[in-house]
Ligand binder design. Structure first.
Ligand code: ADP
Ligand code: ADP
Length: 220
């Protein structure tokens, strides 16, 4: 692994802290944050055909089909700001997506540089999901207990109203965790075999996780 890999994938179960950490690492690394869930939610908000198609899967806590997801993320990665690298969050989530990403990067003479895996036990994840609140304007992630905003219900960055995601309900979360273990966790071995996986303990304070991620990425 090179000292400062440019294509970085934050791997981890739902609510492990990928978005929270990506918001910090994006500043530190100077890389764009590419979150597939955010891209889907943007499409939902704008009521695009893609958003309408994705909604039924998201509401059930299932994965959106690979072809749709891969096309959407590749389109984002082909934009000029991603030419020097990107911080990927929530993508890839299947082996097919990981292979598509490898192929697309290889075509540009690039490769995945590092895959920090944020490990968190399932019972902690359920508690994190139930208190998660997002900013309607910028998508920043808060938690009513673990990471509350300065002013209740309002984003610290832009004052946007905070809301709870439709899919952050206890029933849907159980499906999402099952989907994660069945379809996404095989990526842990996939990237371990590529020699780019580095496991970080996500069951500690947000600051401590950031410190460990920086360490894992060669102390940027
Ligand atoms: P979380 O933050 O809980 O991990 P995300 O915001 O990443 O959730 O994703 C929300 C939903 O969007 C997922 O449950 C899934 O339906 C869809 N989604 C996001 N990324 C992908 C992906 N890479 N492949 C398939 N579906 C995805
Ligand atoms: P992901 O993007 O992996 O789905 P988020 O970054 O949205 O996860 O975090 C999920 C929830 O857990 C949010 O409410 C967030 O504020 C909270 N959270 C994130 N990291 C931690 C942590 N280390 N300790 C406690 N709560 C956390």
């Amino acid at each position: 692994m090179s000292a400062k890999p440019r294509y970085i994938i934050l791997l981890g179960p739902p609510a492990s802290g990928k978005g929270t950490q990506a918001a910090r690492l994006r500043e530190i690394l100077g890389l764009p944050h590419v979150a597939s869930g955010d891209l889907f939610r943007e499409n939902l908000k704008n009521e695009t055909p893609l958003g309408r198609r994705a909604k039924e899967y998201m509401d059930r806590g299932e994965l959106v089909p690979d072809d749709v997801t891969i096309a959407m993320v590749m389109e984002r990665l082909s934009q000029p700001d991603c030419a020097g690298g990107a911080l990927l969050d929530g993508f890839p989530r299947t082996i097919a997506q990981a292979q598509a990403l490898d192929r697309a990067l290889a075509e540009r003479g690039q490769q995945v540089g590092a895959v920090p895996y944020i490990a968190v036990p399932d019972d902690v994840l359920v508690e994190r999901v139930s208190g998660r609140r997002l900013c309607r304007l910028c998508g920043a992630s808060y938690h009513v207990r673990f990471n509350p905003p300065q002013q209740p219900g309002r984003c610290d960055h832009d004052g946007g109203k905070l809301y709870q995601r439709d899919d952050d309900l206890p029933e849907t979360v159980r499906t999402r965790l099952q989907v994660y273990w069945e379809q996404t966790s095989p990526l842990i071995d996939y990237y371990r075999q590529q020699g780019v996986l580095v496991t970080v303990n996500g069951d500690q304070s947000i600051d401590a996780v950031t410190t460990d991620l920086r360490e894992a990425l060669g102390r940027p």
